[in-house]
Ligand binder design. Structure first.
Ligand code: F0G
Length: 348
């Protein structure tokens, strides 16, 4: 039964009997074994993908938002605010409407996938687009929070991290143990922080953490902020991640790595997931598989066997960014409305 992450993992979360629970029944997402992909890419290990795109607003953000919004209501807040590459704003807007709070959203103009923008708008958030990038937007909302009584619901809010760590709990509950390796995208770096916290709290034997940034938006890999981050994976088009140090701690404490994958690598993993497994994700999510393919080619997994378990996180649904899907495929042929013409087009 779907009950939402606060009810499911109450004792691990910063809630009391006095906390009103604002939930859309997030969490309990599928953990899919992807054997077609294992075969296609000669993976020596078992690969499971945690499909977070089937959360209520289509991304992992809902796990953190249920806690952040519930705590905001408990505190008596009226307004919540976030900067976003799209998914945080979609989730914040939806949970705020459920809680009867007002949501304020700052986004980088022109680089938000259409599905996400439509979500923030339809849930009634006040959306302002800036002539700048996500990093500029985050700086602005932090400044607003210092001056006005509005609650920040970006992942700098510790309640977001608390909620998001429940995905690690679900993986361990499903497998009966932690995976050997855990791969995921890294943008503002809140989610890798949350998973690592979750694994540390839940089990003694923990995975090696593998984080992947987009090549031209890879500040942690390059070792310095990127002024003008670029990538088709707009969700992770971030040049100065707020949780930079915590992501490095997750990497170092787990003996893992944070590396980059190119847009071409992301797009080919994006298509492989859709064509080989029936899983439609947004491009940022495909960086997980792109990274695993890259590292398998480098023989990083040379000691792995079919007993080795790798879990990858697919952070957002493909319908978030329909433009990218359409651009990545052959366009439908347009023919006259006769059976003969349609058959000809199908080569039947
Ligand atoms: N994947 C998707 C689909 C995302 O939307 C994000 C972040 C990430 C991965 C990276 O997670 O930031 O915790 O490292 N999206 C944020 C947003 C920035 O505003 O929606 P992270």
């Amino acid at each position: 039964m779907k009950i939402g992450v606060i009810h499911k993992y109450r004792k691990h979360l910063p809630v009391t009997d006095k906390t009103p629970v604002i939930t859309l029944q997030e969490g309990s997402t599928p953990l899919l074994r992807v054997e077609n992909i294992e075969k296609e890419f000669n993976f020596p290990f078992q690969l499971y993908l945690k499909y977070e795109g089937v959360n209520p607003t289509g991304s992992f953000k809902d796990r953190g938002m249920t806690v952040a919004i519930s705590k905001a209501v408990e505190k008596g807040c009226e307004y919540v605010i976030c900067a976003s590459t799209g998914n945080t704003s979609a989730s914040a807007a939806a949970y705020a409407s459920k809680a009867k709070l007002k949501a304020l959203v700052v986004i980088p103009e022109g680089s938000i996938a259409l599905g996400k923008l439509s979500q923030a708008m339809i849930h009634g958030a006040k959306v302002v687009a800036i002539k700048g990038n996500f990093d500029d937007a985050l700086k602005i909302v932090r400044e607003i929070c210092e001056k006005y009584p509005v609650e920040l619901v970006n992942s700098l809010n510790p309640n977001r991290i608390e909620g998001q760590k429940t995905a690690a709990f679900e993986i361990v509950d499903a497998l009966g143990r932690a995976p050997d390796f855990h791969a995921m995208p890294v943008g503002n770096a809140g989610n890798i922080t949350a998973y690592w916290k979750g694994y540390k709290e839940y089990c003694a034997i923990r995975p090696v953490m593998m984080g992947f940034q987009a090549a031209k938006s890879a500040p942690i890999v390059e070792g310095h902020p990127i002024k003008k981050p670029e990538t088709i994976a707009t969700a992770i088009r971030i040049g100065n991640p707020a949780s930079w140090k915590k992501a490095e701690a997750a990497r170092d404490e787990s003996g893992g790595l944070i590396d980059k994958v190119t847009d071409d690598e992301i797009l080919s993993a994006y298509k492989a997931l859709a064509e080989l497994e029936g899983i439609f994700v947004e491009p940022a999510s495909a960086s997980t598989l792109a990274g695993l393919i890259k590292y398998n080619k480098k023989s990083y997994f040379k000691k792995a066997t079919k007993e080795t378990i790798v879990v990858g996180v697919l952070t957002g649904h493909g319908l978030k960014d329909p433009d990218r899907a359409i651009k990545s495929c052959f366009q439908p042929e347009i023919v006259e409305a006769t059976t003969a013409k349609v058959c000809r087009a199908f080569d039947l």
